[in-house]
Design a protein around this ligand. Structure first.
Ligand code: NAD
Ligand code: NAG
Ligand code: NAG
Length: 432
């Protein structure tokens, strides 16, 4: 897999045009040199268009990610896009999966591909967490036949191109800036991906012919300071406790408007703390595992008056089933040529496990699986985004999607730990 990480970086289109201009000015007196440089430039342009996509330099400054420094386009690139998105089963669908190199995106892409659907991935491989994990997921996807285009969801030109090459029937939109506390460090990344990126994607979808049906990831965090449990879809969601939650809530309102104006079929999924193999290193179950193994103490939050902090942990395979069922039950968008032709489907579902587990129990389960005693550091839950409790009412998803989670936390964590030990035993470092 490591061969994928060692591809040399090359300059993008923008840089090439700039240097061409400088050279032209400097050498205009000499015709020979002009011809020489023209050949060099022509050569570079040809190389640019014929090269297969590779990794591009990503700055450690997250704001630079918004620049389109990714390489895409050209006949061989288009061929890979088409082949990845080709439907191989009768009644199969062709799906653009954004955030495909992410945790949920990888699992959903593999599941779709395995049942014969056409799948094309899109991901910007940003450095919010360990990029080598994203590259390894990409390698897994490549082996399954899924090509992940490297690019940003806020890059309208790229999105337009993808829809020109493939008339996607569905979009599974999972790309986002996730995480609750990181918003205090890098608030603009949430606006970039969860607001601007979502709007760019919907703009392209509404203009596409035919318009795709869209299923996208909202979050249980939209319930915010809501204290009525279990959380039902019709409960109030106007008290977000974090910028992340606010951008997801904003996304739900943006979805409403695109459904209303353009007839886009839109399904929002409120995931509840998803965990499992190939998971996210910024999530508690993941870094607890790493830190318990290291003998490092782990922070366990409790609410005021020793109140329990609990999560409705949901195993990845159950989430994948919910995503596929959402795609399969999504009605067609009704618009065309950017105009609405009739009312279109608009849905929101909780996808949880409907069985909240105190975080201290999560730690006890991990201790048993890892056969290491955890150093517990009990702390007050800070008021910077995390809520005390989540619990999904899933009866709507049960009724409309046939959604029925089947994996409890001990079973799911056992599978996670097995993956973790295997993945990090191969000389890889679980950093941070
Ligand atoms: N995992 C959970 O517990 C959970 C809970 C609620 C909601 N969600 C939502 O589910 C979705 C998937 O979450 P995940 O856990 O797989 O997260 P993840 O971070 O592993 O995956 C998101 C992927 O999107 C990519 N990405 C981010 N911004 C992008 C952009 N502007 N352009 C292109 N790609 C971009 C990232 O590189 C990453 O690979 C997200 O929308 C997240 O907010 C997840
Ligand atoms: C997203 O793209 C739009 C249109 O291309 C651009 O104007 C905007 O600055 C971008 N937004 C962010 C936050 O990157
Ligand atoms: C769960 O949600 C459904 C609507 O989808 C509602 O009828 C039911 O009363 C809710 N159950 C609880 C326990 O809140």
């Amino acid at each position: 897999m490591s061969h994928l990480d060692n591809i040399p970086s090359t300059p993008g289109k923008f840089k090439m045009e700039k240097s061409a201009y400088i050279h032209r000015v400097r050498w205009q007196s000499s015709i020979t040199k002009l011809t020489f440089w023209s050949l060099i430039i022509l050569g570079s342009i040809l190389i640019f268009f014929y090269r297969s996509p590779s990794s591009s330099p990503l700055s450690s400054d997250p704001s630079r990610r918004s620049l389109s420094t990714y390489d895409w386009g050209g006949p061989s690139w288009e061929k890979r896009v088409r082949s990845s998105a080709r439907v191989r089963s009768r009644n199969g669908i062709s799906v653009l999966v954004t955030g495909a190199a992410g945790f949920v995106g990888t699992h959903v892409s593999v599941a779709l591909k395995r049942r014969g659907d056409g799948v094309l991935g899109l991901d910007n491989f940003n450095n919010y967490y360990d990029q080598s994990l994203k590259r390894d997921r990409q390698a897994l996807l490549e082996r399954t036949g899924v090509f992940v285009v490297e690019g940003d969801i806020n890059d309208s030109a790229l999105l337009k191109k993808l829809f020109e090459v493939v008339p996607f029937t569905h979009v599974m939109h999972l790309a986002a800036q996730a995480g609750v506390r990181y918003a205090m460090e890098n608030p603009s990344s949430y606006v970039h991906s969860n607001i601007a990126g979502l709007v760019s994607l919907l703009e392209v979808c509404k203009s596409a012919n035919p318009q795709p049906a869209i299923v996208w990831a909202s979050s249980s965090s939209v319930y915010g300071l809501n204290t009525k449990v279990p959380f039902s879809e019709q409960d109030r969601t106007d008290e977000p406790a974090s910028l992340y939650a606010a951008t997801k809530k904003g996304g739900e309102e943006i979805a409403h408007s695109y459904n209303h104006i353009y007839g886009l079929s839109l399904t929002g999924l409120r995931f509840f703390t998803v965990y499992g193999p190939w998971g996210r290193p910024d999530m508690a179950y993941f870094f607890f595992t790493r830190d318990i193994l290291k003998g490092k103490s782990i922070p366990i939050f409790e609410a005021a008056d020793h109140g329990t902090v609990a999560r409705d942990f949901t195993y990845i395979d159950d989430i994948v089933k919910g995503c596929l069922a959402s795609l399969d039950t999504a009605e067609k968008s009704t618009g065309s040529g950017g105009k609405k032709k009739g009312p279109a489907q608009l849905r929101v579902f909780n996808l949880g496990n409907t069985s909240p587990v105190p975080v201290s129990d999560l730690v006890s389960i991990l201790e048993k699986l890892l056969k290491v005693k955890a150093k517990r550091n009990i702390m007050k839950l800070p008021r910077n985004g995390d809520v005390q409790f989540t619990h999904a009412n899933i009866s709507l998803a049960q009724r409309e999607l046939g959604y029925k989670p089947t994996t409890d936390l001990p079973t799911g964590l056992k599978k996670f730990v097995r993956w973790y030990m295997n993945y990090y035993s191969q000389g890889k470092k679980a950093d941070a």
